[in-house]
Design a protein around this ligand. Sequence first.
Ligand code: GAL
Length: 462
Amino acid sequence: MDLQYKFPEGFWWGSATSATQIEGAANEEGKGKNIWDYWYSIESNRFFENIGPEITSDFYHKYEEDIKLMKEIGHNSFRLSISWSRLIPGGRGNINLEAVKFYNNVIDQLLANDIEPILNLFHFDMPLELQNEGGWENREVVEAYKVYASECFRLFGDRVKTWFTFNEPIVPVEGGYLYNFHYPNVVDFKRAAQVAYNTILAHVKAVESFRTFNIEKGKIGIILNLTPSYPRSQNSADLEAANIADLFFNRSFLDPAVLGQYPQELICILEKYGQLPITQKEDLELIKNNTVDLLGVNYYQPRRVKAKENLPNPYSPFMPEWFFDNYEMPGRKMNPYRGWEIYEKGIYDIMINLKKNYGNIESFVSENGLGVENEERFIKDSYIQDDYRIEFIKEHLKWLHKAIEKECNVKGYHLWTFMDNWSWTNAYKNRYGFVSVDINTKKRTFKKSAYWFKEIANNNGF
Ligand code: GAL
């Protein structure tokens, strides 16, 4: 077949998800509580239409059916996360054997269907008991995570080759400690910086442990939501604003994870404003020696910034926004449901940046997708005809293909997400899946994009 966009041999076609967003069974078979179970129990009004994480898509009971559907639409890989509070209720101590059985079944079922399981260890879901000890602010929680990660390598590393330590580790920092959209709803930059730093420590300790298992063909990485910062203009004040936004939101994790060190400029800013986290001497060596093998790139939207119009109030809490204003570019293309700009070329710019400044590290698009409200409007012949999603994926893939032509080291594309799932405080507001899920009956139905994706996965291009 004559394809305009042919992808490299062995390219990963699939989708991504996370434990809390699909498993359900939140109080079943020994699972402990995590911060989402708890936050919902005390403040259900913070969640869209008051829907919490207890049932979600019920993957815990329906995984066999779901994996069959993945197979049917041509998946050769699938990323999911392990729920720490399910595997080790309370965060440390005894392993929950029911959880081991469940994750073993899922892994085996994926492999039996020729779908490579990609496991992520942490997707926003801190066990409640550990959050009560201070969560990532506490170095003892870092140690507990290292034990948890090692248990996962031991239990599942015989079959799972590709591992990730964290998904979007900056999001719990932003949500939990700066902008109040995750528990514990703190607004305090210095504590946020400690959380970010300790997360990197947890990450490198997991990488260090991973190496001791000598998993054949095993690779470990981190998944980052890289949001390119575009300046309003080439004026030096706009450029500097974009540079600082990039330091705070991208390089704060990208540099230590891939290059093994923090950007000096970021350290200087935090030092100047008295916001540096507490560190220990030996940490630096650990960060330097445990860089990743591969990078997951989640890309949804760009960040556009401009120089500040007004000086920040020096008595207000220190924030990254002291250094830039967000810029609403006239004519930008928007996803009105999620309020995010759609800028397909961003995916190309990210990959070129990784090639130029990060040693062309092996990477893949680990999340990209389009959240849409009330998709039932688009039902025709009993299924959702989501041509807008097909268009969205296609345009991103064209830019990704261009990056590959420029020799960027990109190994795959995963949509967020396989089936409609529970999206944190947005609950079921926006739907992202290839498969729609009736939130009452849990019935699964392919959308048009699922049939389309099957074609491109089978042809390795379009
Ligand atoms: C990402 C996140 C996912 C999912 C998605 C869509 O940032 O990793 O968990 O919720 O956004 O909103």
